[in-house]
Write a protein that binds this ligand. Structure first.
Ligand SMILES: Nc1ncnc2c1ncn2[C@@H]1O[C@H](COP(=O)(O)OP(=O)(O)OP(=O)(O)O)[C@@H](O)[C@H]1O
Length: 522
């Protein structure tokens, strides 16, 4: 219900008066004669529309006004009872970025706006369920401060490190002794046949398939075909076949062990996963290597930089990629093959084979998840030394992981984060499909958000763009007019939804692509 009345005759008094109209949100309007008109939007006492403080930048205006009617600095929430506040930490103090109604219904059990997530102490978010509660954030800087590791003197560090090292050494010896005893007991069952010197730091004690140990002298290394953050990848020859040899320096043994552990899981052979041939150690410098099927076109990133595709070949890339991820996520034969989250999907970690299909590679950040059957022994995480699951390439990191608002040890979240990255990869592929661009003039290849935020995207800009503003890579306007346009847009939106639970599973992405193919085969 809208109404207006004449309120006191100075603008300041009017401003003061409108704050006291119950169940109404009022602003001071035009001046009439000597009085001011107060315009109020009122809700009946039974109505439960939440009122939140509204303060957004002009870029965010359109997005957040969809969450409810805005009157001055107050918003009446249409979809939710939750107010939200986003703050950036500037000079140690929270500075308002966005105050508004939350966009979708979420849980906000507290009446006060308590800082609930932060990332590297640069960003805070709070949600609350009382009128105008988002105007004040409750935040204790002390508790958010990182541990003061760097302020310790070398002497203090030494004092702490020596007893710690002794404790670790004792624990290590006890573990080794216990392990040896177990090995001896279980000898009859021969359960440990696949244990080698990596089994201690193996991500889990799942059953693994013993892979062949490859003697480095049997490999002929040729040119370098890829350079990742950790590994150098060579084209090579092994047993008369062309192979890829991924060499990791001895320092990266943990990465090597993780990746080897994933490849050695049972039933890991699939057309959408790079074929694994074995591992070994270089005798001269102790670096480790993994021998893989050679993908002729290299990474999807380099393929898309050099090639455009037709509609059907883009579907082939998308479908094989989604099938590979769906298989990786699958839980087969009561966990005989446990589900695995990739956790570092990007166009550099997908390879393209000569037949135009994709295979997944680089499982160095992957996570073996608990099987639904619960009968398997796997832990639901692979951790780095800080005890957190390892995060992937920044551009492809899902909003919930960017915000740090998920339990990274929860298996579902990791697969949902993979699907977010899958959505970005489908977008990347279709942005190079000549059949989706009038006259076949296709834009040059860009990774997601490169156009909007630049190639060297920062964490802050990504959080602000992807999380606060809920923006995604832009979809060409004219796709709406294409016969398959709406299905493409829906598939992308349902894969990269800001709500992890609302995202499709990789399996559903495959189904959507199959129906796209059958209804729109150009
Ligand atoms: N089987 C293969 N066939 C052809 N090229 C490959 C193969 N495996 C890897 N490459 C190339 O090497 C690059 C790096 O490989 P990979 O991603 O496995 O290394 P990494 O050091 O683990 O990478 P990251 O920086 O993503 O962690 C790939 O992007 C790709 O170009």
């Amino acid at each position: 219900m809208n109404y207006s009345y004449f309120c006191p005759n100075s603008r300041n008094e009017a401003q003061f008066a409108v704050q006291w109209v119950p169940h109404c949100v009022c602003t001071v309007g035009q001046e009439w004669a000597l009085e001011y008109q107060c315009i109020c939007i009122c809700i009946s006492s039974q109505s439960s529309l939440r009122r939140c403080v509204f303060q957004v930048t002009s870029q965010n205006y359109d997005k957040y006004t969809t969450a409810g009617n805005v009157i001055g600095s107050v918003q009446l929430c249409e979809n939710t009872q939750c107010c939200v506040g986003y703050y950036l930490i500037v000079n140690g103090q929270p500075k308002v970025d966005v105050l508004a109604c939350d966009m979708v219904e979420k849980s906000c059990p507290s009446a006060t706006c308590k800082a609930q997530s932060h990332f590297n102490n640069r960003f805070l978010k709070c949600v609350c369920n009382a009128d105008l509660c988002n105007g004040n954030i409750t935040w204790t800087p002390e508790s958010e401060e990182p541990l003061h590791t760097y302020s310790y003197s070398a002497g203090e560090i030494l004092k702490m490190a020596v007893p710690l090292a002794v404790i670790l050494l004792v624990m290590f010896i006890v573990i080794i002794a216990a392990k040896r005893r177990n090995l001896f007991k279980e000898k009859k069952e021969n359960l440990q046949s696949s244990c080698d010197d990596y089994s201690l730091s193996s991500p889990c004690s799942c059953q693994t398939v013993k892979s062949s140990e490859i003697d480095f002298s049997q490999i002929e290394l040729q040119q370098i075909v890829g350079q990742g953050h950790f590994a150098t990848v060579f084209q090579g020859k092994y047993n008369g076949s062309v192979v890829a040899v991924k060499v990791l320096p001895a320092d990266w043994k943990v990465k090597f062990t993780t990746e080897k552990g994933i490849f050695e899981l049972p039933l890991m052979t699939h057309a959408g996963i790079v074929h694994f041939l074995g591992t070994g150690r270089k005798p001269n410098d102790n670096s480790c290597f993994i021998v893989l099927q050679f993908a002729e076109y290299g990474s999807l990133h380099s393929f898309l930089c050099k090639h455009t595709t037709s509609w059907m070949s883009s579907l082939k890339l998308c479908q094989s990629l989604s099938q590979g991820l769906s298989y990786l996520h699958s839980d087969l034969h009561n966990g005989h093959k446990p589900p695995v989250a990739h956790s570092d999907l990007s166009s550099s970690n997908v390879l393209v084979r000569a037949d135009g299909t994709c295979v997944l590679c680089d499982f160095g950040c992957s996570t073996i998840l608990r099987s639904r059957s619960e009968r398997r022994c796997c832990q639901s995480h692979t951790t780095n030394t800080e005890g957190h699951a390892q995060l992937g390439t920044l551009h492809y990191t899902s909003p919930e992981i960017l915000e740090g608002s998920v339990n990274l040890n929860s298996s579902g979240f990791l697969m949902q984060a993979d699907v977010y990255a899958l959505g970005l990869l489908l977008w990347e592929i279709w942005m190079r499909c000549s059949d989706l661009f009038e006259g076949g003039v296709v834009p040059q290849h860009l990774v997601p958000y490169e156009l909007e935020l630049g190639a060297n995207v920062t964490l802050e800009s990504l959080i602000s763009y992807v999380s606060h503003k809920d923006e995604r890579p832009s979809i060409p306007k004219h796709w709406e007019l294409l016969p398959q346009g709406s299905a493409l847009e829906e598939l992308l939106a349902d894969s990269w939804d800001c709500e992890p639970d609302a995202r499709l599973t990789a399996h559903c992405v495959v189904d959507r692509l199959v129906s796209l193919r059958s209804s729109h085969s150009l």
